[in-house]
Design a protein around this ligand. Structure first.
Ligand code: SAM
Length: 214
């Protein structure tokens, strides 16, 4: 049985360099610590397929888990590598090609994916660098990422996706629910944990941790 909600502060253990302060897309270290403590043991492998600035990987190393990550943006990839002990466990690459990276068996995965609002054209999976975005395609693509992850998950692996719905003047994109529904077609949905944050953004002060098994 997993708790259905929790209250957390949206804090990080270190400041990003000044050039990234306005683009701090990290999730909270405390969130990662909570799930690693709950679902993993020292020595377990942990994958973040959308590694960002590397929160999952640093916390995993601190907790003596073995981190792996994929990050598309070259600056963020090299930033992560600089701070990791197991530097070559960060792949500067594309999660859409996950199956090609010879990753080991993965015991646990947690991520916060790049967000997309319905109707946007900027493609989240090229770090918004191309204009070929489409919301249905986005949902299809993220499902394919997890489809590729599935064969390398250990039998009792848990997969967590932290994601919010998005509300602005144009309405609501039910991103969290849509991702939950899409990925449930390839992994077994175990339920959601609502996180109440002291501050968050995207029109809400809460997000969802969607929990899946293989
Ligand atoms: C919301 S951020 C993750 C932040 C991370 N949880 C942290 O705490 O630093 C999503 C990341 O996914 C990356 N990304 C986008 N498309 C990708 C792809 N195709 N493959 C791998 N990473 C990708 C983005 O560059 C961004 O850094």
């Amino acid at each position: 049985m997993i708790n259905s909600w929790m209250q957390l502060e949206n804090r990080h253990e270190f400041e990003l360099p000044a050039r990234w302060k306005s683009g701090d897309i990290r999730f909270s270290s405390e969130l990662v610590r909570h799930f690693l403590a709950k679902f993993t043991q020292p020595g377990d492998t942990v994958l973040d397929p959308f590694a960002g600035f590397g929160t999952t990987l640093y916390v995993a190393e601190q907790m003596e888990r073995i981190p792996f990550g994929i990050e598309y943006n070259p600056d963020r990839a090299s930033f992560i590598r600089d701070r990791l002990t197991l530097k070559d466990h960060l792949i500067h690459g594309d999660a859409r090609q996950l199956a090609t990276y010879n990753l080991p068996t993965i015991d646990f995965s947690i991520t916060s994916p790049p967000y997309m609002q319905r109707g946007d054209k900027d493609n989240p999976f090229t770090d918004y660098q191309t204009n070929d975005g489409d919301y249905q395609q986005y949902l299809h693509t993220i499902t394919q990422v997890y489809q590729q992850l599935k064969p390398i998950l250990s039998t009792d692996a848990t997969v967590v996706i932290e994601v919010a719905n998005l509300k602005n003047a144009n309405g609501v994109t039910t991103l969290a629910w849509d991702i939950g529904r899409a990925i449930s077609t390839v992994l077994s949905f175990q339920g959601e944990i609502i996180v109440n944050w002291d501050k968050y953004g995207y029109g809400y002060e809460h997000s969802y941790c969607l929990v899946f098994n293989k």
